[in-house]
Structure formats: C-alpha cells, structure tokens
Design a protein around this ligand. Structure first.
Ligand SMILES: [Zn+2]
Length: 108
C-alpha cells in the first residue's frame, strides 16, 4: 500500500462521517432514530439519499391526526345538534324543543 491510498481512505472516512451526521439530522427531523448515522457512515452519499427519501413520520402522523379530528368533529356537529328554524339557536339532539324559544325540533 502506498501513502496516497491511505490518504484516499482517510478522506472517505471523514466525508462519510460528515454524511452520517447529515443522515442522522435528516432522519431525526422525520421522526427516526439516531442510528441512521450508520447509513451515511457505511454507504456514504447513497445512505444520505436513502435517508432523504424516507417518508416523513412526523408529518404523516400530524396529517392523519388532523384528518381524523376533522371528520369526527363534522360528524358530531351533524348528529348531535339541530338548528332552530325560528330563532337560529343550536340545540343538542336530545332536546325535543328549542332551549331558547320552545319551537319543536324539525323532524328529519
Ligand atoms: Zn328557537
């Protein structure tokens, strides 16, 4: 082995370590473990590409929570309240008559 080869692999090790740190940052940003450092260290730029391509866990979970929240609140508004035709006040579905003016609930 000559000296140049030693410099080459030394350089690769340093670059891969830096890429590993980038991988760890990208992966943690998306909700993955710090162990993704190893992808960058072992695979270099390919490991980084892999980490960049990972689906975003945090983003997906917050979108799913938002969608679930919205559909459930829409449902509860429709099924649990009715609007008085006379005064416009919202009443719980358990009330047969408007709590404000006493008008009977519209039958559906
Ligand atoms: Zn009313």
């Amino acid at each position: 082995m000559n000296v140049n080869a030693g410099y080459f692999w030394g350089g690769v090790a340093i670059v891969n370590t830096l890429i590993g740190i980038l991988c760890m940052g990208v992966a943690q940003e998306k909700g993955y473990s710090a162990g993704h450092f190893m992808y960058g260290l072992l695979l270099g730029i390919f490991g980084l590409l892999y980490c960049v391509g990972l689906p975003d866990k945090i983003l997906r979970e917050s979108i799913e929570a938002l969608v679930a929240n919205q559909s459930s609140s829409n449902k509860s508004e429709k099924s649990q309240q009715w609007k008085c035709q006379k005064c416009g006040s919202l009443n719980d579905s358990s009330y047969m008559f408007c709590s404000r003016c006493g008008t009977r609930a519209p039958s559906e």
